[in-house]
Design a protein around this ligand. Sequence first.
Ligand code: KG4
Ligand code: ZN
Length: 337
Amino acid sequence: MTILGIESSCDECAVAVVADGRRLIGQVVATQIEYHRPYSGVVPEIASRKHTEWIESVYRGCLDESGIDQKDLDGIAVSCRPGLVGSLLVGVSFAKALAYALDLPLIGVDHIIAHLYAPHLEHHIEYPFLGVLLSGGHTLIARVGGYDDVEVVGATIDDAVGEAFDKVAGYFELGYPGGVEIDKHARRGDARAYRFPAPRLHKGDHPFDLSYSGLKTAVVNQREQFRDSAYEATIENICASFEKAAIDMLVSRVLKAAEHFGLNTVVAGGGVAANTYFREALTQHTGLQVVLPSLALCTDNGAMVAALGYEYLSRGLTSGLDLDVSARTPGYRRTYP
Ligand code: KG4
Ligand code: ZN
């Protein structure tokens, strides 16, 4: 079964063709980074306009690269939530038009579930596992029991981890996307220079929750309070210390959750899963099988959407042409009354 996957939830305009949910036949990922760079963040209106301009040629380019004809497709999968509504609408409307014109089934998928599914394209992974999704919009830890059986057991109560990286990088004018720049600077810094505090969460029923807004404020506004006087206040040291605090908090929650739920396999996804220190820190823990997708599968792509779409379609689960988009999926960000 050959599925086309369309991803337009944020600033990547991406289309891929995947056979039988596992074999990537071809893909194109057109990134809008240079259009958002002047604003140090994704501008929703620019994002949806670029998707509108690009989606047809990204689709044609993907078919060319795949060496297949559109008549060979068996289904059209598309991210329909969560994300920027205007951007999602472009991908979903294009997917609907294709499904209608080619008389193919349409499969709307959740972008986060697709991220957690992406590693299956490169690894054989048994369920259940602990899924860790780290992106610019989401930070969550989930017990994953099947392709769409995702129970969120920990989530950020404020900023997403990628958002914190981007905001800190934005403050120091390091460039965009900020996570990548912090990663580069941190490699040349000493993480012992600043001891940023870990958040004190009122844990209650949610011992695996996370918080990043306090850390971000400490780095931006109060960092001198936390500096070890033996170290210089260089940008490299700030980045290394911030990165360590952000990732250590996360890794400690992941280890606790893995132990609590008796899960030996940890599968990571999302753009921040590309972070060098995160990859090192998580793989250090013997006893845990850690699955980290390649960098191209960590960030937004159409392959994860097509692969997940196969799971639904092979069970006869499809969407109607009234498929709608949604900015959020309930439960992905912890909200307190
Ligand atoms: O999953 P993703 O491509 O897009 C969504 O947000 O859905 O994630 C983008 C995020 C951005 O915040 C970016 O700064 C961060 O991933 N990122 C990184 C690294 N590469 C990308 N953060 C830390 N270290 C990296 N190497
Ligand atoms: Zn994403």
